[in-house]
Design a protein around this ligand. Structure first.
Ligand code: ATP
Ligand code: FE
Length: 345
């Protein structure tokens, strides 16, 4: 089984050809970071146009790298949500046309599920249930993956996502963010004093697994705007310390909850979404997982941000469960949560 995966939900046009044994045969990504950089956020119309301009080339390149032509593909998987509708539609239409032209089956994929199940492509022995930490530009959630396609929510952000907070901090500090705000802040923080600013730790006294990044973002804004003698390195480092400490604290709560509910049932943590590329976060996660004797699964940075392989793989898993979709009966959706079933008590 060989599946072509297509992703256009946000600001990366991506495609990949993946085989059912987890081998990525070919992949291609065109990023729009530079287009949106000057506007301080993703501009939907510009994103749509850039996807439209890039999509054919990206699919072709992925096939070319896989040394395949369309006939060799067994099915096409495409992100149909969540994300920007006008962007999703570019990938959706490309997938529809491909399937029609080459008479291939079609499967619709949830972008967030793609981020989550990629870990199963990389670690074929990863067993359910496992804890999922989804940390990206648009999402920030702690879930338990109970089985294929079954997720239970432990907590999530009440306002901004952690990636969004990184992006905002990068902008407030006036960083050049050709490769995205997160990496720029992480890089700058390396040379800063993380204790220089006493930023507020969000929701310290709350006993649940919910998160919040709006307050931290505003605290950074206040310093950036008022502290004339500020060192950007110190702000970046202080921000990163609190942003990550907050997440780790809530993760510990989630892990304790799992252990209290049924000791030993959940034994692994999968971290996914763009922020999982952060080295500081990765090392902190290694420590908590070793405290709990859990296995930590984090994809390599390149596969943490949006890519075609995660969509192709999620498609492979769906096809293997006997699921196919009829593109004529589908539309793209901007909101599509993995789970609204809150199980934390
Ligand atoms: P979603 O997946 O929720 O729809 P998205 O697709 O925009 O959102 P991703 O592409 O998964 O998000 O991740 C991009 C986010 O990850 C950005 O907010 C970016 O700043 C953040 N990010 C990427 N690398 C790092 C890093 N090294 N440190 C911190 N944040 C990072
Ligand atoms: Fe994403």
């Amino acid at each position: 089984l060989v599946v072509l995966g297509i992703e256009t939900s946000c600001d990366d046009t991506a495609a990949a050809v993946v085989r059912a044994d987890g081998t990525v045969l070919g992949d291609s990504v065109v990023s729009q970071h530079e287009i949106h950089q000057q506007w301080g956020g993703v501009v939907p119309n510009l994103a749509k146009e850039a996807h439209a301009a890039a999509i054919d080339g990206v699919v072709e390149k992925a096939l070319q790298k896989a040394e395949m032509n369309p006939e060799h593909v067994d099915a096409v998987a495409v992100t149909t949500g969540p994300g920007l509708e006008i962007c999703l539609r570019i990938g959706f239409n490309a997938a529809k046309e491909f399937c029609k032209a080459h008479r291939k089956p079609f499967v619709a994929v949830n972008h967030l599920e793609g981020h989550c199940v990629l870990a199963r492509m990389l670690h074929r022995d990863l067993e359910y249930p496992f804890l999922v930490v989804l940390v990206s530009g648009g999402h920030c959630q702690i879930l338990v993956a109970e089985g294929e396609g079954i997720y239970a929510l432990l907590g999530g952000t009440l306002d901004d996502a952690i990636g969004e907070a990184y992006d905002k901090t990068a902008r407030l500090l006036g960083l050049q963010v050709g490769g995205g705000g997160g990496p720029a802040v992480e890089q700058l923080a390396l040379n800063g004093d993380e204790n220089a600013y006493d930023l507020p730790m969000p929701m310290r006294d709350k006993k649940n697994c919910n998160l919040s990044y709006a307050g931290l973002k505003n605290a950074v804004r206040l310093i950036a705007e008022t502290d004339a003698g500020r060192r950007s390195e110190d702000i970046a480092a202080s921000f990163q310390r609190v942003a990550i400490d907050h997440l780790i604290q809530k993760l510990r709560t989630a892990m304790k909850w799992c252990e209290a509910r049924q000791p030993g049932r959940v034994r692994s943590m999968v971290v996914c979404g763009g922020v999982a590329a952060n080295q500081r976060l990765r090392s902190r996660l290694t420590d908590v997982c070793s405290d709990f004797e859990w296995k930590l699964v984090v994809p390599p940075p390149r596969l943490c941000t949006d890519n075609g392989a995660m969509i192709a793989w999620a498609g492979i898993e769906r096809i293997q469960r006997g699921i196919l979709d009829n593109p004529q009966l589908l539309e793209v959706v901007s909101r599509w949560p993995l789970s609204t079933r809150l199980v934390f008590d």
